[in-house]
Design a protein. Structure first.
Length: 436
């Protein structure tokens, strides 16, 4: 009873109209909707040359650290984990396309996260976010969605390179392609039926099929002690990332994480009924600090930037109202650390469907664009389209900001351009002129 009374008092159950049982169920629900990240993140970062089993453990650790801290300090039912989209940008563009080592690439994520923390400390985070036009914010989110969906199609083998047409349809007789496609439809069908754990069900199902039909997938057990983290932790090249050629990438990580984490915080708190008309919610300051510090910590130990997860809404939908929901999620992530052999067993095509599904969710925001106003529609479209077509989030953001200024100036509406948009656009133009 004493423990129960302490929990009720600390998390304010009566004030939030909830119970211990409800909070535990909400925490379990949120965990199963987002635990896919412990398989997807190692798969993506592994493509950048990082040790998959170590990344599995660090992903669990930082998700646990950030989520428990969010629960204890902000009393919000919000979970944190490595951000989808940013991990793909790091692995396939910064490391894969540009040729930087993963150590330096992770250093750029670190400095982008430090920038986010500074914006939080100086209380300009929401001011900056509010200064970016809706069309650009929507275009950035949707563009990341298209970008990671393209990676998902590539990982399942459904889209392949073609010298004549740039891309082409993959081999539909290949069992790996078919299993990847099956995994995607399992996710979207279950999601359409409001089954929250659809992504996890898909990954487990396709991995089981892979064990039966794919000789390259080998069972190495289920439970083990965590491996040594020395292959990743302490290897991030923070100083090496302070290169002028990388400033655009650092800025992109900062900008994307700013919109991603802040937008999710607003969305989940609004759904839970915590926020007011201006988007403010109780203990907002504590939530922003936890979010920012977790991002810095995560990148320093070798995981992509940490962000709040929209899947937190699943726990809220079943009654989660306090930080105990988040604490339950964090504790479950800690337990997951001992299942690291599973991460090595999951093939890329088993997680590819999750990337495409996240792409659908992120692209849905395009409905908010004023398509009848070409000065708004053009930058939104350019931003979203250029990310997959240039295989770069940075270039998509750059062309989006520049096209916004061009459209407003050339139509006599230059007064609609605020100072932050001018500054960002000029910085990108300078980058193209002097860096390329």
């Amino acid at each position: 009873m004493e423990n129960q009374s302490f929990l009720q008092k600390y998390f304010k159950f009566n004030e939030k109209n909830t119970t211990t049982k409800t909070e535990i169920i909400a925490g379990i629900t949120t965990f199963f909707t987002m635990v896919y990240i412990v398989f997807v993140n190692p798969s993506i970062l592994g493509d950048a040359g990082m040790d998959k089993q170590v990344v599995f453990v660090t992903t669990c650790l930082i998700a646990a650290f950030g989520t428990i801290a969010m629960g204890l300090f902000s009393n919000l039912p919000i979970a944190l984990a490595p951000a989808m989209g940013l991990n793909a940008f790091f692995a396939y563009v910064v490391v894969g396309k540009l040729g930087y080592s993963w150590e330096i690439g992770m250093g750029t994520i670190f400095w982008g996260s430090v920038g986010l923390l500074l914006l939080t400390i100086f209380q300009i985070r929401y001011w900056l976010m509010a200064s970016i036009p809706l069309s650009l914010r929507v275009g950035i989110g949707a563009g990341i969605g298209f970008f990671i969906a393209l990676i998902g199609f590539k990982n399942m083998g459904l889209v392949v390179p073609n010298p004549a047409t740039l891309v082409a349809l993959g081999d539909l007789h290949n069992p790996q392609v078919l299993m990847g496609v099956l995994g995607f439809f399992i996710i979207v069908v279950l999601a359409a039926r409001n089954i929250y754990s659809g992504v996890l069900v898909s990954i487990v199902t396709i991995t089981a099929l892979a064990l039966a039909f794919d000789d390259t997938v080998v069972f190495n057990g289920i439970i083990s002690m965590p491996p040594s983290l020395g292959a990743v932790v302490g290897k991030v090249d923070v100083l090496g990332a302070l290169d002028t050629a990388l400033l655009g990438i650092i800025f992109s990580f900062l900008l994307v994480n700013l919109f991603d984490s802040s937008g999710t915080l607003l969305g989940v708190t609004d759904k839970a009924g915590f926020s007011d008309a201006q988007g403010r919610f109780p203990k907002m300051k504590q939530a922003l600090y936890v979010d920012s510090i977790s991002a810095v910590t995560g990148s320093y130990i070798g995981t992509s930037a940490i962000s709040t997860y929209i899947e937190s809404g699943a726990g809220v939908s079943v009654g989660g109202r306090t930080g105990m929901t988040a604490v339950v999620v964090g504790l479950l992530f800690l337990l997951t650390i001992f299942f690291s052999p599973l991460a090595a067993m999951v093939p890329a095509y088993a997680t590819a469907g999750a990337l495409v599904y996240v792409g659908i969710l992120m692209a849905s925001s395009l409905i908010r664009v004023e398509w009848d106003d070409l000065t708004e529609a053009t930058p939104a479209f350019i931003t979203a389209a250029m990310m997959p077509f240039t295989y770069s989030i940075t270039e998509g953001i750059a062309f989006g900001f520049i096209s916004y200024c061009v459209m407003k100036v050339c139509t006599g509406r230059w007064k609609e351009i605020n100072a932050p948009v001018w500054v960002v656009s000029l910085l990108f133009i300078a980058k193209f002129v002097w860096v390329g």
